[in-house]
Design a protein around this ligand. Structure first.
Ligand SMILES: [Zn+2]
Length: 881
């Protein structure tokens, strides 16, 4: 035995004499426990990889690439052969060449591919409570750093392996703390044990409770922003994203389920099969269970599989059964251990690396072909350019352009004013002619990022199926509320390439004001400015009616800052703020306007500094709460008081102006279970005394007369007989029909297949709907008469009997995404935004979450009108003539 070992060691050192990978410390030596015994903290992982950096210098690099909100460092670990490690910059630039076919040719590429390792990127732990992924990453790093057998040498020679051991350190830490605090000497196998079910808000999300595996396309969070930057620097050819699912399952790997985003080429799916086969072989050898080709689709571009796939990689999701403590007894009586979970993820990690190394050349050739085809698609496809109009809200347009630039998309800008015709726009049929001001942004589609651009900007992703793992539509310009056009012909205008945006400075028009300063309520920067003024105790009013000064019309909602009553430094301050927030502020010499109300009118209401409660903790949806938290904290700097929902029973409410109930888990019943009739009565009394209650989705459902009975509006129920006529609609075409049978009878007779299909058809997965907005109502201030919302729930309301139905789904409201004809009909002309008055207070209900995932920026003002403006309006009828 000893001789064999000696020969082995000798042969390894002979075949790889340059390697100094021996004496690499094991995880236990540095971390203090064997992998699988306990969960490992961020600090321990950090300590381990930084130790390896010194011990395995010749094959390993550790690169910090960002910080989390809680100030933990994000790292990638780069591992390859010593030869490759010394040539990382050259390899990087070769990969850049392969990913831009405009700058090279097939012959040069063939040369490069011969000598260039493929980049394989493995991502672990984007969901912090799917914790075996990160434990597996430590194992994979250790093996790659310490082993010198043929298998490893083959991988290191053919690949540059990039490992992100922990994409979401803050969520992971929340989870590890939860586990560590509850751990006894021995893990409890009983699945009823507390270690198998976490507390709110769970470790899945990041600090602000954002799901980072929905954020790849929108970059709302720091972690994503930093990661995409690192990713684009390396442009990997394969990206595997390691997760966990319910503990009773087995293991999932690609190929994915349908639908597949139509911008992802067929070839990507074929590669999914290659990797699937490789993983299956590895699992078959060990007799482990697995499944593929079900549940997890490749449609929504914000995932860690689809986003890389839109960037030329083979992006894949791997799911291990888990999300539990160290050991658990499953329904089938088998024991699942953390050690098993780590082994499974390590095994697919190595199988994925092996398949990439074995197919290195083919993978690089197809990667090159991906971009070559993308450029051709851009040249020959029906859409040639997107034009982003800067005239309405230049700061918001710049925000969108920055997001696209950060994703690696090339953008140009116009250098003089031009008039363009035959322009198309979102959801408006026919061609338009528009004046496009100098400095507008142009995205030409004949570029390598074409497929990513299309997936983010297109009007509607093509729907091939009615089952979606996530939302069924998105469209960045619509979500951001930025006028964007596209052309079907190449543009013949002069443009220049940009690497960053520059917004025109704000200014004060008309010099020093005698009476007041005024600005329009038509941009998200106007919100920032208003919040600054309110929170710094400036005296501010909002106009409930239009007026005219400087020959310019100011719409309802415009903000008036009177000179009198404000501090004497107001003039300098306003100049400074105009510049800082890029806002045009107008100086009024007199309160006597040219038209409309005077600036001192009673219809210019004083805005008070809001004092806001936001309900938090279970059963509040952490995602819906997190979107508000992040918006208040990061985007607008709005002070608020997060209050645990059960504390509302005890809290003295009279100090607060607004109370926000985000979406809940249970469509209103979550709140109902938490708040008894006394608590509900207390909220009603507070509203009647002048408070403003704001309910979002489940929070709105709770307040409705159908659940918590705070408001009068109730759910719309299907009327008897309504189904009968709908039977003939397309949705039900496969379902048995017989004129003598009632719908209930038909449903009772359905096969399982038919029942499941009917349920799916009924589901609203995230669909863009058009809403007619009453913009004379303070909630609609700053908007045109039509807005676009994203609907993700099936709750439909009757019109409020005594309130204001401020937003109403239009006739045929569907703009984009999946909705059954039956649901669309049922939604027609029902309310999306409701305002009821109770005593001297307000109840505001949003049927759909206007803050969805923090990227539906176009509705920020709508939501914030409910907090900043409406509570100050004693009678909304004052907005009328
Ligand atoms: Zn996950």
């Amino acid at each position: 035995m000893k001789t064999i070992l000696l020969i082995l060691i000798l042969s390894i050192s002979l075949t790889a004499p340059h390697l100094t990978a021996q004496n690499i410390p094991s995880p236990k030596e540095i971390i203090g426990h064997e992998l699988g015994e306990k969960y490992t903290s961020h600090a321990q992982i950090e300590n381990y990889i930084l130790t390896l950096k010194d011990f395995a210098r010749d094959r390993l690099r550790v690169v910090p690439y960002g910080k989390t909100y809680e100030c933990r460092t994000l790292y990638i670990v780069i591992i390859s052969s010593p030869e490759n490690i010394n040539l990382l910059e050259e390899i990087k630039s070769s990969i850049k060449k392969i990913s831009d076919p405009r700058k090279t040719n097939d012959k040069e590429i063939a040369q490069i591919i011969k000598s260039t390792p493929a980049i394989a990127w493995l991502s672990y732990g984007v969901h912090g409570n799917e914790a075996s992924a990160t434990e597996a990453a430590i194992d994979v790093i250790h093996q790659l750093a310490s082993r010198s057998d043929e298998e490893i040498m083959f991988l290191l020679k053919n690949l540059v392996i990039i490992i992100d051991p922990l994409l979401n350190p803050d969520g992971h830490e929340r989870y590890v703390n939860f586990q560590t605090e509850r751990a006894g000497k021995k893990p409890v196998e009983d699945r009823a044990a507390v270690e198998h079910s976490e507390d709110w808000p769970y470790g899945r999300s990041n600090h602000y409770y954002f799901d980072l595996n929905r954020d790849w396309a929108w970059l709302t969070q720091k972690e994503t922003q930093a990661r995409i930057k690192a990713y684009q620097e390396w442009k990997p050819q394969v990206h595997a994203d390691f997760h966990e699912m319910g503990y009773n399952s087995s293991y999932f790997f690609f190929p994915s389920f349908k639908p597949v985003n139509k911008n992802i080429p067929k070839n990507t799916i074929e590669w999914g099969e290659i990797y699937g086969r490789a993983n299956a072989d590895a699992f078959d050898k060990k007799g482990w269970s697995y499944w593929s080709g079900e549940v997890f689709d490749l449609f929504y571009p914000g995932f860690g599989d689809s986003w890389p796939s839109l960037n030329g990689a083979i992006g894949m999701t791997y799911e291990q059964a888990g999300q539990t403590g160290i050991r658990i007894k499953r329904s089938d009586e088998t024991i699942l251990t953390l050690k098993d979970r780590i082994d499974h993820h390590s095994t697919t990690s190595f199988a994925t690396l092996r398949a990439t190394a074995e197919n290195r050349e083919k993978r690089l050739i197809d990667f090159y072909q991906f971009f070559k085809d993308a450029v051709d698609e851009g040249k020959n496809g029906s859409i040639k350019n997107y034009i982003i109009d800067i005239s309405k809200d230049p700061a918001q347009a710049a925000k969108m352009v920055n997001l696209l630039l950060n994703q690696g998309i090339e953008i140009e800008k116009t250098v003089k004013d031009v008039t363009l015709n035959e322009l198309n726009t979102y959801f408006q049929k026919g061609k338009l002619t528009k004046n496009i001001p100098s400095g507008s942004y142009i995205i030409k589609l004949d570029q390598p990022a074409k497929r990513l651009i299309s997936s983010l900007m297109e009007e509607e992703p093509v729907l091939v199926d009615t089952f979606f793992y996530d939302i069924s539509t998105w469209s960045l310009p619509v979500a951001f509320g930025i006028e964007t056009y596209w052309t079907t012909k190449p543009l013949n205008i002069s443009t220049e390439k940009i690497t960053a945006t520059k917004i025109k400075e704000g200014e004060v028009v008309g010099g020093k004001a005698m009476y007041a300063y005024v600005f329009r309520w038509n941009s998200n920067n106007a919100i920032k400015l208003l919040v600054y003024l309110l929170q710094n105790n400036y005296k501010v009013h909002s106009a409930l009616k239009e007026f005219k000064i400087h020959g310019e019309k100011f719409e309802r909602g415009s903000i008036i800052i009177p000179v009198g009553g404000n501090r004497s430094d107001i003039h300098e301050k306003i100049n400074e703020l105009a510049r800082e927030y890029h806002i045009k502020i107008y100086a009024a010499k007199s309160g006597f306007t040219e038209e409309g109300i005077n600036l001192g009118s009673d219809r210019a209401v004083r805005l008070k500094k809001p004092r806001i409660i936001v309900a938090t903790n279970s059963p509040v949806s952490s995602e819906s709460y997190g979107a508000i938290w992040s918006m208040f904290d990061n985007d607008y700097g709005i002070d608020f008081v997060p209050v645990q929902i059960d504390r509302i029973k005890w809290l003295d409410l009279h100090d607060y102006t607004a109370m926000i109930f985000p979406d809940d888990w249970g469509n209103g019943s979550g709140y109902k279970n938490e708040l008894d009739s006394n608590a509900i009565q207390k909220i009603k009394t507070w509203i009647a005394g002048g408070g403003t209650f704001i309910g979002i989705e489940g929070g709105a459902a709770f307040a409705s007369a159908s659940v918590g009975k705070i408001a009068n509006v109730k759910f719309k129920e299907k009327k008897k007989g309504e189904d009968k006529k709908d039977q003939k609609t397309e949705d039900n075409k496969d379902i048995k029909k017989d004129d003598k049978l009632t719908q209930e009878d038909i449903e009772k007779m359905m096969t399982i297949e038919e029942r499941v299909k009917k349920d799916r058809l009924n589901y609203i997965p995230g669909t863009m709907l058009r809403v007619q907005l009453d913009n004379s109502h303070p909630l609609g201030f700053g908007y045109d008469s039509i807005i676009t919302v994203l609907k993700t729930s099936r709750t439909i309301y009757e019109l409020s009997p005594n309130g204001y139905n401020v937003g109403i789904y239009t006739r045929s409201p569907r703009l984009s995404g999946y909705i059954s004809r039956e649901n669309e009909k049922m939604l027609e002309q029902t309310p999306a935004i409701i305002h009821e008055q109770l005593g001297s207070g307000n109840i505001i209900l949003f049927a759909d979450d206007p803050n969805f995932r923090g990227f539906w920026d176009s509705l920020n003002r709508l939501f914030l009108n409910s907090v900043l403006i409406l509570p100050n309006v004693r009678d909304v009828r004052m907005t009328a003539n």
